[in-house]
Design a binder for this molecule. Structure first.
Ligand code: UGA
Length: 437
């Protein structure tokens, strides 16, 4: 089938390459010429395991352009543009609206437009009014991919969610999308068909649940810190109950990235608009608990070092999670900036995130006190303390003794509770975890 994918960020670019992998002829469209140039050359504009290989393998039937008229050749159009957080916390719909507006003139009768962006409930119904007069159908098909596993999650998803309009239009649209995803459906992937509002809500509800799970365990970490309990053992013990489950119960410096933080805020803003804000008031606590994790690290370091003024601190990790170069709302970078603002000299190290972070540090006016590097050993050289803020394997596998030899003082703050506590203590480190001593 001929497919266009509008928006070539993490979601869209991976989706385009994955659709090509399924055998379709795909055109990726984006307004950013630099991004398109890079993708067209087969170079991934961001770090995502397996994505480069997919681009190269499918180059014969995968092209990229900034020209929306190229969508005219396709019969299925995925809309995968970003919905960033607006100043008031709501989702900024500028890109979705403009994508639909510029796509509409190229739609023909029988085409299928598939929304993938994370949107406030009610959006699909509103957009259908623009799309259906052209004779095209609209569906909402939220995406649940995790960065770092984007290719795997797109090609082997846990489930497919189809949001369809009521009536025969919905059946036609479903049949077309089934054809697009035939290979995925053949693997017995559950497919759930529902109305627009439910499909839109599934996405934000899933992310809100995950965020709540993380903040729940971080709230337990706060209690553990004052009682001498160990939050990792607590998570292990409650996680054996299959109704609870162990995944997403890792306490630490909390969640960041381009999705969970903005999605819970956008969901709260939408619920308030709909007059049911009270139903989601707990998500404000989820957000507050999460943001407190970042100040906790600064507090622990202050306890350990007295004042931060004039101290040198290494932060291991810049990206919001390992195997990603994404620094959007990254707790690791936020903490590094707070430490720099508190008078410390900070060296942040990350295998991938160090590059995009440089520009942000400059913009924040912090380049005199915060530098970034890919070399985590260089970062700890002469440091009074090291903070592990992103759990890259390369940090976890380090020999604590060798690291201690490079430092001025042996103090480690394990912001992700990912280190071998005994090994670091045996190497003479003062170890401070998040909800575990
Ligand atoms: C998240 C969801 O997991 C995906 O299902 C969803 O499709 C995606 O958002 C999206 O909306 O596009 P992602 O942002 O890639 O995916 O990252 P996660 O793996 O969910 O991690 C989010 C943050 O939570 C990270 O900062 C991570 O370090 C933190 N986290 C995760 C914890 O602090 N503790 C945990 O136990 C798990």
């Amino acid at each position: 089938m001929k497919i266009s994918v509008i928006g070539c960020g993490y979601l869209g670019a991976v989706h385009a390459a994955s659709m090509a992998e399924l055998g379709h002829e795909v055109i990726g469209i984006d307004v950013d010429p630099a991004r398109i140039e890079s993708l067209q050359q087969g170079i991934a504009p961001f770090h995502e395991p397996g994505f480069d290989a997919l681009l190269k393998k499918n180059a014969s039937h995968l092209t990229f352009t900034t020209d929306m008229s190229a969508a005219a050749d396709a019969s299925v159009h995925f809309v995968a543009v970003g919905t960033p957080q607006a100043a008031d916390g709501s989702a900024d719909m500028t890109y979705v609206n403009s994508a639909i507006e510029s796509l509409t003139p190229y739609l023909t009768k029988g085409d299928l437009v598939v929304g993938k962006s994370t949107v406030p409930v009610g959006t699909a119904e509103r957009l259908a009014a623009h799309v259906t007069p052209t004779g095209a159908h609209l569906m909402w098909n939220p995406e649940f991919l995790r960065e770092g596993f984007a290719v795997e999650d797109t090609l082997s998803p846990d489930r497919l969610v189809y949001g369809v309009p009521e009536g025969t239009d919905g059946d036609t649209a479903t049949a077309v999308l089934d054809e697009v995803y035939a290979e995925i459906l053949a693997k017995d992937t559950p497919r759930l068909v529902m109305n627009f509002a439910t499909a839109e809500l599934v996405k934000v509800a899933a992310n809100s649940f995950l965020a709540t799970k993380i903040s729940f365990i971080n709230a337990m970490a706060e209690i553990a810190d004052v009682t001498g309990a160990n939050v990792t053992q607590l998570a292990d013990a409650i996680g054996y109950d299959t109704r609870i489950g162990r995944r997403f119960l890792n306490a630490g410096i909390g969640f960041g990235g381009g999705c969970l933080p903005k999605d819970i805020r956008g969901f709260v803003a939408r619920a308030e608009e709909l007059g049911v804000g009270q139903a989601l008031s707990f998500l404000k606590d989820v957000d507050d608990i999460n943001m407190r994790r970042r100040t906790r690290v600064v507090d622990v370091l202050t306890e350990e070092l007295g004042s931060l003024d004039g101290k040198t601190i290494a932060v291991w990790g810049i990206s919001f999670k390992p195997d990603s170069d994404d620094i959007r709302d990254s707790p690791a970078l936020d903490i590094a900036e707070s430490l720099a603002r508190s008078g410390a000299t900070v060296v942040s190290a990350d295998p991938e995130g160090w590059k995009p972070a440089q520009a942000r540090v400059e913009r924040a006016g912090l380049s005199a006190s915060l530098t970034t590097t890919s070399d985590h050993r260089a970062a700890v050289t002469g440091a009074d303390a090291v903070v592990v803020a992103t759990e890259w394997k390369v940090f976890q596998n380090e020999a604590p003794g060798a690291i201690g030899d490079l430092m001025t003082q042996r103090i480690v703050v394990d912001g992700r509770n990912c280190l071998n506590v005994t090994a670091w203590k045996e190497a003479g480190f003062r170890y401070r975890g998040m909800g575990r001593a």
